[in-house]
Ligand binder design. Structure first.
Ligand code: MEV
Length: 338
């Protein structure tokens, strides 16, 4: 085999982000934006990274890759024992994929017969709450392990992916990885997955721009509140159950009501910047319901993707804020080999 390509979808969290890290339920679905990773044998005995969206192309020796991995592990341990910040772990976006490849090679304990090129590209907006990192990790692990003809099952990819994503999220719930690996719409709690039918109501997304803060920073900020505020955790859980019931009974009004409560909780958590709150207020004043659907932001005025649930197109209101609207469909396939 000369080359192999894996394709992995994006995700949207309909309810329960952040609280899901503390064992509360979340409802989320995989959606039709994709990252593809193509692995190809190369004659020179190194790893050649071509990460189109990060505008990064570099050839690295296995030794350099191992050194980077050890450094990342040391920095992550410092974060875990409270002597370092999550910002000091992954310092540049391409390190996540270098770490993924290095960890996979180390875990497989294989001697590569040749060099390998790893080319990744994506139409998932990067760092905007649609699971771009999870998709990049899983498509890379999947492409590389299948390329080496390993009989790896999806749950093995998921387990390794979670270890890797911890470096990005600080502490990952595993929800993003679950969705991008298996696809579909799910209720997720403590790693336990129940399949749900995809919502029938139309959903729109608005990209408010890449947040200045990373997912790891937002999760660390949320920890300062959620690790001790059990009432807030219960409120998140209750609203997620309401979202679940509303989708199940195809009740748009009930779903919108729950989404508005969810947005208010996320505001209280401090992960919705003012500019994005203003947009959502304007939508709410016009009978729409909207919320961020990833980690949000603790700095700057962008919070990635905002999801709108409505039976009509919110474009006229959204355009007043200088933004545009897109539609999304559920992806039922998860990661596939093309
Ligand atoms: C990020 O997409 C979702 C968070 O809940 C973190 C996680 O679940 O690991 C903020």
């Amino acid at each position: 085999m000369v080359s192999l390509t894996a394709r992995t979808p994006a995700k949207l969290i309909l309810s329960g982000e952040h609280a899901v890290v503390y064992g509360q339920p979340a409802i989320a679905m995989a959606v039709d934006r994709y990252t593809t990773t193509t692995t190809t044998w190369r004659d020179s005995p190194h790893i050649h990274f071509k990460l189109a969206d990060l505008k990064y192309a570099k050839t690295i020796t296995l030794q350099t890759l191992q050194r980077l991995t050890l450094q990342l592990q040391t920095d992550y341990r410092a974060f875990l024992n409270g002597t370092g910040s999550i910002r000091d772990v992954l310092k540049r976006p391409f390190e996540l994929l270098q770490y993924s490849v290095s960890t996979l090679i180390e875990r497989l304990n294989v001697q590569l017969p040749k060099g390998v090129e790893i080319a990744v590209q994506s139409n998932i907006p990067l760092g905007c709450g649609m699971g771009s990192s999870a998709a990049a990790v899983i498509s890379t692990l999947s492409a590389f392990s299948n390329f080496l003809k390993l009989d790896w099952q999806r749950d093995e990819l998921l387990t390794l992916g979670k270890e890797i994503e911890n470096l990005q999220h600080g502490k990952s719930s595993g929800l993003d990885l679950q969705l991008v690996t298996y696809g579909g719409c799910v209720r997720f709690q403590n790693g336990v997955v129940e399949t749900r039918s995809a919502p029938q109501m139309p959903m729109y997304i608005i990209n408010t721009g890449k947040p200045e803060s990373s997912t790891g920073e937002c999760v660390a900020h949320a920890a300062t509140i959620l690790a001790r505020d059990t009432i807030m955790l219960q409120d998140f859980a209750a609203v997620t159950e309401a979202v679940d019931a509303a989708i199940n009974s195809n009740d748009l009004v009930a779903l919108q009501q729950a989404i508005r409560i969810n947005h208010a909780l996320l505001q209280n958590l401090g992960v919705v910047p003012d500019r994005v709150s203003n947009l959502i207020n304007d939508l709410e004043n016009n009978n729409f319901a909207a919320k961020i659907c990833g980690a949000g932001a603790i700095r700057g005025d962008s919070a990635g993707i905002v999801m709108v649930v409505a039976d009509e197109d919110p474009t006229p209101i959204v355009q007043k804020h200088g933004l545009s609207v897109e539609t999304v469909q559920v992806d039922q396939n998860g990661t596939t080999i093309l």
